[in-house]
Design a protein around this ligand. Structure first.
Ligand code: CAA
Length: 380
C-alpha cells in the first residue's frame, strides 16, 4: 500500500490552492451576501482546466484521474463552496455522464464546450415530488416520430440559471416504472424551456439554484443518452461519482473551517495564554483533525477505486455521509472556537457552517447514503 501522492497530483493540488486563495477568496463574503454568481471565476476555472478535469484530451479535457479531482475540489471548497459545487456538477454529473454513456456525436458536440467552461451544464433529476425517491418521475418524455416531447418541472437545479444544457431525466413509459425512464440532453435555448426564479438559500449562495420548466419541448431522438429505458441507471451510476465530488466538497469545507479555527486559537488569548494552550480547545482541534484525516482517506479511496476500474458505489456513499456529517460538526466547532467572532461574517467560519449543511442533503441525503451502504453490506 502506498499513500504517497504523485508529483502531478501535488502540482494539481497546488494550482487549485493558488487559484482558491488568490482568486476565489477576494470577494467571497460579498458574493455570499448578495447571492452573486461567480461568473468570472467560473470562466477562470474553465481556463485552468478545472471544469473538465477527467474528460479525455481528445474532447478538450484534462485527462486527469479522480484523485486529482478530489484534491482540487478540497482546495477550492476550503475557500468557496459555491465555486466548488459548480465545478462538481460540471465534472462529475454532466461531463462524466456524457463521456461515459453518450454517443460519439453527443460527446463531440458538447464535451469540448463543457470542458473549456464555454458552457456550463446542469443535472435535472429532482422534482417537487421526487427527491430521495427518485423513481417517482412526473416529468414525461413521450416518443413522437423523430423526437420526444418533454413536459414537467425540475426542482433545486444547481447551475440552473447559467447552464447551456440540461441532462434531464424523464418518464417515457410509466408501466415499466424505473425501467421506462430516459435521460436526455436538452439545450437551454430550445422552445418550451424556461427557468424559474433563483432560490434564496442558507448556504452556497453564490451558486444559482432554480426550478426548470419544460413545456412541450421537442428533443431529437439523437439526444437521448443510452438505450431506451436506461435513464434511471444513468442517473444512479452518474450520482455514484457525483457523491465523490460532494464528499470532497464537504472535506474542503471541513478543512477550511479547521484551518481558520487552528490559526485563530494560536492568536487569541484568554486567561493569560493563547486559547490553543487550553485543553478544552486542544481537544476540539484534535477531534477535527482526526475526522478530516478519516474523511480524506475515504474520499481518496473512493477515487482510487473508480480510477482503477473497481466498484466504488459503496465507498462513494461512505465518503459522502462521513465527510458531510464531519463537515457540519467541524464547522459548528470552528464557530465555537472563534466565540463571538465566529458569529460575524468577516471571520468566514459562519459561512462555512451554512455551506456545510447542503452537503448532507444534495446528491443523496445522509439517509439515502446509509440506505445504499446498508444494501451493500447486507447483500450475500
Ligand atoms: N448503479 C447502477 N444501477 C443502480 C444503482 C447504481 N448505483 N442504484 C440502483 N440501480 C438500479 C438497480 O439495480 C435497479 O435496477 P433493476 O430494476 O434493473 O434491477 C434500479 O436501479 C432500481 O433500483 P432500486 O430498486 O435500488 O431503487 P430504489 O427506488 O430503491 O432507489 C435509491 C434507490 C438509491 C434510493 C435512489 O433512488 C437514490 O439514489 N435516491 C437519491 C437520489 C439523489 O441522489 N438525488 C440527488 C439529486 S441530483 C443533485 O443533487 C445534483 C445537484 O444539483 C447538486
Amino acid at each position: 500500500m502506498n499513500f504517497t501522492l504523485t508529483e502531478e497530483h501535488l502540482m494539481i493540488r497546488d494550482a487549485a490552492r493558488d487559484f482558491a486563495q488568490n482568486e476565489c477568496k477576494p470577494g467571497v463574503i460579498e458574493r455570499d451576501e448578495a447571492q452573486k454568481h461567480p461568473t468570472e471565476l467560473v470562466k477562470r476555472m474553465g481556463e485552468l482546466g478545472f471544469l473538465g478535469m477527467m474528460v479525455d484530451p481528445k474532447y478538450g479535457g484534462g485527462g486527469m484521474d479522480t484523485v486529482s479531482y478530489v484534491l482540487a475540489m478540497e482546495e477550492i471548497s476550503k475557500v468557496d463552496a459555491s465555486c466548488s459545487v459548480i465545478m462538481s456538477v460540471q465534472n462529475s454529473l454532466v461531463c462524466w455522464g456524457l463521456e461515459t454513456f453518450g454517443t460519439e456525436a453527443q460527446k463531440q458536440k458538447y464535451l469540448p464546450r463543457l470542458a473549456s467552461g464555454e458552457m456550463i451544464g446542469a443535472f435535472c433529476l429532482s422534482e417537487p415530488e421526487a427527491g430521495s425517491d427518485a423513481t417517482q418521475q412526473r416529468t414525461t418524455a413521450i416518443e413522437k416520430d423523430d423526437h420526444y416531447l418533454v413536459n414537467g418541472v425540475k426542482n433545486w437545479i444547481t447551475n440552473g440559471g447559467h447552464a447551456g444544457i440540461y441532462l434531464v431525466i424523464a418518464q417515457t413509459d410509466r408501466e415499466k416504472r424505473h425501467r421506462g425512464i430516459n435521460a436526455f440532453i436538452v439545450e437551454r435555448e430550445w422552445e418550451g424551456v424556461s427557468v424559474g426564479p433563483k432560490e434564496n438559500k442558507l448556504g452556497i449562495r453564490g451558486s444559482d439554484t432554480h426550478s426548470i420548466m419544460f413545456a412541450d419541448v421537442k428533443v431529437p431522438k439523437e439526444n437521448r443518452i443510452g438505450e431506451d429505458g436506461f435513464g434511471f441507471k444513468f442517473a444512479m451510476k452518474t450520482l455514484d461519482g457525483g457523491r465523490i465530488g460532494i464528499a470532497s466538497q464537504a472535506l474542503g469545507i471541513a478543512s477550511g473551517a479547521y484551518e481558520l479555527a487552528r490559526a485563530y486559537s494560536k492568536e487569541r488569548k484568554a486567561f493569560g495564554k493563547e486559547i490553543s494552550r487550553h485543553q478544552a480547545i486542544q481537544f476540539k482541534l484534535a477531534d477535527m483533525a482526526t475526522e478530516i484525516e478519516a474523511a480524506r482517506l475515504l474520499c481518496l479511496k473512493a477515487a482510487f477505486l473508480k480510477d482503477s476500474g473497481q466498484h466504488y458505489g459503496k465507498l462513494a456513499a461512505m465518503a459522502k455521509v462521513f465527510s458531510s456529517e464531519a463537515a457540519m460538526r467541524i464547522a459548528v466547532e470552528a464557530v465555537q472556537v472563534h466565540g463571538g467572532y465566529g458569529f460575524v461574517k468577516e471571520y468566514h467560519v459562519e459561512r462555512l457552517m451554512r455551506d456545510a449543511k447542503i452537503t448532507q442533503i444534495y446528491e443523496g441525503t445522509s439517509e439515502i447514503q446509509r440506505m445504499v451502504i446498508a444494501r451493500f453490506e447486507l447483500q450475500d
